[in-house]
Design a protein around this ligand. Structure first.
Ligand code: SF4
Ligand code: SF4
Length: 377
């Protein structure tokens, strides 16, 4: 059966407007009763990346979370909200981004996804075992609420990647380490993880997206005025690529899904409901600057030239408050706080950009190596 993706135009975060578009999208897909039964315990999984104001467009907007909670309650379900940020608690991030207030006002619990368990994944294409948050298992279903954002390591973070929040925060750096040598390997894990959880619905907040050097505060908010919904996050991500002017090969998770014949990536075979893709397309969306070497080099030469070829994290000393959050999250532990500066050992930097993702000041940007700049001229 061909996947369905609903597109709704929504220009503001006004509570009523967002609710009506979320509801309309779900109705286009068959109504909430097609996905949720009365009495079910449903985890609402927004993107709670880091403690940021809703205007920074780093986290799923509280109005979208509120709309989904209301639709679930109307269906007789018991929603609760949860995530596992890379650093800090979900409660702390939710307090800053407005989601905690929504939980209090709507009288639903906010939970931390913190207990890591290993599970069998017989249906996985590559990963037959996964390490995930137990709290995300102890539910009847999940509604996935990604934010439309760029991502310097994985190109964009959309529906499929948002389920990475169901891996406990402290286990995430090891995945970034693995991804540094093979992004497709990381993407395969993300696709297997998404398919393991099979969220009942994915509802994407693209009202104000993040472009440039996302997914943290180094990115720039960009109004796109859309909310998308689908039962199939791979198909939804594919439609987003069309909207922002990218292709399947650009987004690692989409490429892996196509190459592994998992489905959802054939735009011609997707039923688009509501608005036409053409009516919401943008021509000048700014993608992240990460540049891969992309051609083979002997190992020693590769290591020697790496710092001049590849993009690297650069710290703006004026914006840095020396909070050390980047030092704490750096997977290979090659960042150090020295007196009044943060030092990076570029020879051993794996270019995962976790530091940039987590920096609360947007003080870390991506700079291309000078040799790569010359090569690209
Ligand atoms: S670069 Fe950012 S995360 Fe790192 S110490 Fe400075 S402000 Fe903190
Ligand atoms: S310095 Fe930043 S990009 Fe380099 S390994 Fe550490 S977290 Fe990753």
């Amino acid at each position: 059966m061909s996947p369905k993706v609903a597109i709704g135009k929504c220009s503001t975060y006004k509570t009523d407007e967002v609710y009506s578009i979320v509801k309309k999208n779900i109705d286009l897909l068959g109504g909430i009763s097609a996905f949720i039964k009365s009495g079910e315990k449903i985890l609402v999984k927004p993107n709670l990346l880091s403690a940021s104001s809703p205007d920074a467009a780093v986290t799923t907007h509280p109005s979208v979370v509120r709309a989904v909670i209301r639709v679930l309650k109307e269906a007789g379900a018991y929603p609760f909200v949860g995530d596992s940020p890379g650093i800090g608690s979900a409660a702390k991030v939710a307090a800053k981004c407005g989601v905690l207030d929504v939980c209090k006002e709507e009288d639903v619990p906010l939970i931390e996804l913190r207990q890591s368990v290993e599970v069998e994944n017989p249906g996985g294409k590559t990963f037959k075992r996964l390490e995930i948050a137990k709290e995300a298992l102890d539910v009847d279903g999940i509604i996935n609420l990604p934010k439309l954002k760029t991502h310097t390591q994985m190109f964009m973070t959309l529906g499929v990647k948002n389920m990475f929040g169901c891996v406990v925060g402290k286990r995430k750096p090891q995945w970034h380490l693995a991804a540094s040598s093979d992004r497709e390997y990381f993407a395969r894990m993300l696709v297997d993880l998404y398919r393991f959880f099979k969220p009942r619905l994915t509802i994407l907040d693209g009202i104000v997206a993040l472009e440039g050097e996302g997914p943290g505060k180094s990115g720039r908010p960009r109004g796109l005025g859309v909310i998308l919904a689908s039962q199939d996050a791979i198909a939804l991500d594919r439609v987003v690529l069309e909207i922002v002017g990218a292709g399947v090969d650009d987004l690692f998770t989409c490429k892996v899904a196509r190459d592994d014949d998992i489905g959802g990536t054939d735009i011609a075979g997707t039923q688009v409901l509501g608005e036409d893709i053409a009516s919401v397309m943008v021509k000048d969306f700014v993608f992240p600057k990460v540049v891969d070497i992309g051609f083979p080099l002997p190992f020693n030469l590769h290591r020697h030239l790496k710092k001049h070829l590849t993009a690297k994290p650069y710290i703006d000393k004026k914006s840095c408050t020396l909070c050390s959050m980047c030092v704490d999250i750096c997977p290979p532990s090659i960042m150090k706080k020295i007196k009044d500066a943060i030092e990076i050992d570029y020879d051993n930097c794996i270019r995962c950009f976790c530091c940039q993702e987590i920096c609360p000041e947007g003080a870390i940007t991506v700079k291309e190596g000078f040799l790569m700049k010359l090569l690209l001229q």
